[in-house]
Design a protein around this ligand. Structure first.
Ligand code: FAD
Ligand code: DLZ
Ligand code: SF4
Length: 509
């Protein structure tokens, strides 16, 4: 009974549930299709990365003796979507059953659920056990809780995996979380070892030509693509991080430095999300580095928390709350995205840095996404839909299951506090503390009023003021509101006027 095993672009894992069932009689389908490549204007690097990784993965499967049906982009104009590709393959081969692994996005999952009717064949959807926490385990954890805070979920995951656990189910070092030790500012002259870069294979070269032909109007430049495209290369990149950068990642996770796009980050989310890396393997390598005394506990715990904590948590939340989640707009934010999100020409140094490296590498690290571009979008009341679409398009690691909770929930507080207990709103002082951007900026970070005042300052106070009815009761914002009320009526009005002027002229900042 030959099966058709459908492998999506972010399912490039040899141990994928559906592939574990494969026999030499089966057909394995991978398809480069328009609907997936264009549902937002993906950065060119994202398309190059995925198409090249898909083609390399298909070749590995062929070498293992499987029959692979690989549909290249534009090969058959009648095939526009994954379902079109499945239907065309079902017509070509004597398929008895279709097998897929749980999909990462609600949108595509709905499409896959129609396959049975469309192809008149049984469809089996297998659990995606590449994640540490199954969706049912997450739902069970969430079921008896009023608040779904990541910290408690993370403790469950530590116990569940046994990572960094000591005797009696207690954490190594006597503490679950070393977050406070992950927030040091970085000295500008610190020694940096850049992430590994990978030469273009013949496959990647062909994909770059394709992307330049079909996706010329998408953001980014194809030629400076430098990422790994195979599991082997991705593991090499990750081990380089563990050996060279992890020790400093612990201290400087939240730091930002001018002209240093990668600092001590792992640059592994795109590999992990596409299936080239395995989360358990990564965590074991990090735990081993700690046990062998090569990195401190705060570095190892800091990394493991991001991967088995935050990453698994946002996935669980996404599937728990979709499809309604995407409609949330708690703070009623509708202002259009200024054009510098697409070209980085702004006098705000922090925004210019975060956006220009995003356009160049399809990458920015967490604090740039959260506390620079995300914070700006929050303070300025930028449209939730336009902002989430931007994040989904522009980052090489972006799929809705991970992008949406991070953007809509964490950065924009548009879910009204499902994910975060308070908005991550901050004035220029935070950016100044964590970076050297402000020293190199047209604006004065210490000023709130005046032509050269840092726009984040007046926008921060105005954000609190205009959302007082929705946020004023939040216990974690009481100090911020106290400071706002202490300013007095005249000062408050001057700040409101300044913020209004900034909002009218957002495009010119
Ligand atoms: P590192 O800093 O080295 O962290 C290690 C790993 O931890 C990451 O590779 C990632 O797998 C995981 N991780 C860390 N934080 C998170 C998080 N909050 N959620 C999920 N995983 C996390 N991450 C994505 O993978 N895809 C996205 O589309 C995405 N969109 C984001 C949008 C916003 C507004 C924000 C604030 C964060 C977003 N993140 C997203 C999370 C995080 O910013 C990226 O995972 C991280 O910057 C990737 O870089 P890195 O691999 O160098 O990570
Ligand atoms: C992101 C993406 C892109 C750009 N192109 C394809 C594609 O052509 N074929 C494919 O199977 N997958 C692609 N993907 C990844 C899918 O969008 C991803 O599998 C879903 O969003 C689910 O996470
Ligand atoms: Fe950003 Fe303000 Fe600092 Fe300039 S002064 S870099 S706008 S925070």
């Amino acid at each position: 009974m030959p099966k058709l095993i459908v492998i999506l672009g972010d399912q490039l894992s040899p141990a994928l549930a559906s592939l574990r069932q494969a026999t030499p009689d089966d057909i394995i389908l991978l398809a480069e299709v328009k609907t997936e490549a264009s549902y937002v204007k993906h950065h060119k690097h994202k398309i190059i990365f995925l198409f090249s990784a898909m083609r390399h993965f298909a070749e590995v499967l062929r070498q293992q003796g499987f029959t692979v049906q690989y549909l290249e982009y534009g090969q058959d104009p009648a095939i526009q979507s994954i379902s079109d590709a499945v239907q065309a393959t079902v017509r070509q081969f004597p398929i008895q059953q279709i097998v897929v692994t749980e999909c990462g996005e609600y949108r595509l999952q709905q499409e896959l659920l129609q396959l049975q009717a469309r192809c008149q064949l049984p469809v089996t959807i297998m659990e995606d056990d590449r994640f540490v926490c199954s969706l049912s385990m997450f739902a069970q954890w969430a079921s008896d809780r009023q608040q779904l805070r990541m910290e408690y979920f993370y403790r469950l995951m530590r116990r569940h995996t046994g990572l960094l656990m000591g005797a009696n189910q207690q954490p190594v070092g006597g503490q679950w979380n070393f977050d406070k030790e992950n927030r040091k500012a970085c000295p500008p002259n610190i020694e940096q070892i850049p992430p590994l870069q990978f030469a273009h294979s013949e496959v990647t070269k062909a994909v770059i030509t394709l992307v330049n032909n079909y996706f010329a109007d998408h953001p980014g430049t194809a030629e400076n693509f430098q990422y790994a495209v195979t599991g082997k290369e991705a593991r090499k990149a990750f081990l380089h991080f563990v050996e060279q950068q992890l020790a400093k990642f612990g201290d400087y996770q939240d730091a930002m430095l001018l002209n240093q796009p990668f600092l001590f980050h792992s640059i592994c989310s795109m590999y992990l999300n596409a299936g080239l890396l395995d989360v358990r393997w990564m965590c074991q390598k990090v735990e081993q580095a700690y046990k062998e005394g090569r990195v401190s506990l705060n570095a190892a715990e800091g990394f493991i928390r991001q991967v088995i904590g935050w990453r698994e948590y946002v996935r669980g939340l996404y599937w728990l709350k979709m499809p309604e989640y995407v409609e949330n707009n708690f703070l009623d934010a509708h202002r259009p995205l200024p054009s510098y999100f697409w070209h980085a020409k702004t006098k705000m140094r922090c925004m210019q840095q975060a956006i220009s490296q995003t356009l160049e590498f399809s990458y920015a690290h967490h604090i740039q996404r959260l506390m620079v571009t995300g914070n700006f979008a929050l303070l300025a009341g930028l449209s939730v839909q336009e902002t989430t679409d931007w994040y989904l398009a522009i980052y090489c690691d972006a799929y809705e299951w991970v992008e949406l909770p991070n953007t809509l929930g964490m950065a924009l507080f548009a879910d009204g506090g499902v994910l975060a207990s308070k908005p991550y709103a901050a004035s220029g002082a935070y950016i100044n503390r964590m970076s050297n951007y402000c020293k190199n900026c047209h604006y004065q970070v210490k000023d709130t009023l005046g032509d050269k005042a840092c726009p984040f300052n007046a926008l921060y106070w105005d954000f609190l003021d205009r959302n007082n009815d929705k946020l004023g009761h939040n216990a974690r914002l009481q100090l911020a509101y106290k400071n706002w009320f202490a300013k007095g009526i005249e000062q408050q009005q001057a700040i409101r006027d300044k913020a209004q002027a900034l909002l009218i002229h957002l495009e010119q900042l």
